[in-house]
Design a protein around this ligand. Structure first.
Ligand code: GAR
Length: 187
C-alpha cells in the first residue's frame, strides 16, 4: 500500500478528508502529517484519527537533509501540501521528482505566489470582481504555485458573494476533487 505524507499548518480539513478517504478505500494510507505549527487544528485532526504527526520548526526545515531522510525512512511515496505555506527546499523537491503536489484555492496562475493563501486569495478574487474562482492541484517546484497543473475545478463567484461563502464553495471543491486525484497518482 502506498504511503502518503500530508504537510499542513492550518485547520486541517483537507488532511482530515484525505485520511478518512484512504481509511475507507485501501489504495493508500496517510501515514504521516508534517506541520510547522504546534497549535494548528491539523494536530487535533491527526490525534483524533490516529495518524503520526511530525512537528518541524524553522531550523529543522532549513536543513533539507533532515526532512528528506525522515520521508525516506518512513517510506513515503507521495507528499501532499494541504495548507502548508513554507516554500520547500530545492533538495527535497529534487529528492521527490513529481512526487510532491499542492492544492491552491484559486485558478492558477491567477492569485498565486508568496503571501497568496487562504482568505487572502478569496478577498483578492472578490475585490477584482472575478466571475469565477476554483481550485488548482499542481506539482510542486522551486517557485510558489508554479509547478505543472494536474487539475482545476471551477465555481461561480455570484453577485454579493462574501468571503465566507466563497471560502466554503472552494473548500467543497477541494474536498471533492483532492482525494480521487491523489488516488490516481498512486494506484
Ligand atoms: C486550503 O483552502 C488550501 O487550498 C489553502 O489552505 C487551505 C487549507 O485548509 N492553501 C493555500 O492557500 C496555499 N497557498 P485546511 O487546513 O482546512 O485543509
Amino acid at each position: 500500500m502506498k504511503k502518503l505524507c500530508v504537510f499542513a499548518s492550518g485547520a486541517g480539513s483537507n488532511a482530515e478528508n484525505l485520511i478518512r478517504y484512504f481509511q475507507k478505500n485501501k489504495t493508500a494510507e496517510v501515514t504521516l502529517i508534517v506541520t510547522n505549527r504546534a497549535d494548528a487544528g491539523v494536530n487535533e485532526v491527526a490525534r483524533k484519527l490516529g495518524v503520526e504527526v511530525f512537528y518541524c520548526n524553522r531550523d529543522y526545515f532549513s536543513n533539507p537533509a533532515g526532512l528528506t531522510s525522515l520521508l525516506t525512512q518512513k517510506g513515503i511515496d507521495l507528499v501532499i501540501l494541504a495548507g502548508f505555506l513554507w516554500l520547500l527546499p530545492a533538495c527535497l523537491i529534487q529528492a521527490y521528482p513529481n512526487k510532491i503536489i499542492n492544492i491552491h484555492p484559486s485558478l492558477l496562475p491567477k492569485y498565486g505566489g508568496k503571501g497568496m493563501f487562504g482568505e487572502h486569495v478569496h478577498k483578492a478574487v472578490i475585490a477584482a470582481g472575478e466571475k469565477e474562482s476554483g481550485i488548482t492541484i499542481h506539482y510542486v517546484n522551486e517557485r510558489y504555485d508554479q509547478g505543472s497543473i494536474l487539475l482545476q475545478a471551477r465555481c461561480p463567484v455570484e453577485p454579493g458573494e462574501t468571503l465566507l461563502s466563497l471560502s466554503r464553495k472552494v473548500l467543497m471543491l477541494e474536498h471533492r476533487f483532492f482525494p480521487p486525484l491523489v488516488e490516481s497518482l498512486v494506484v
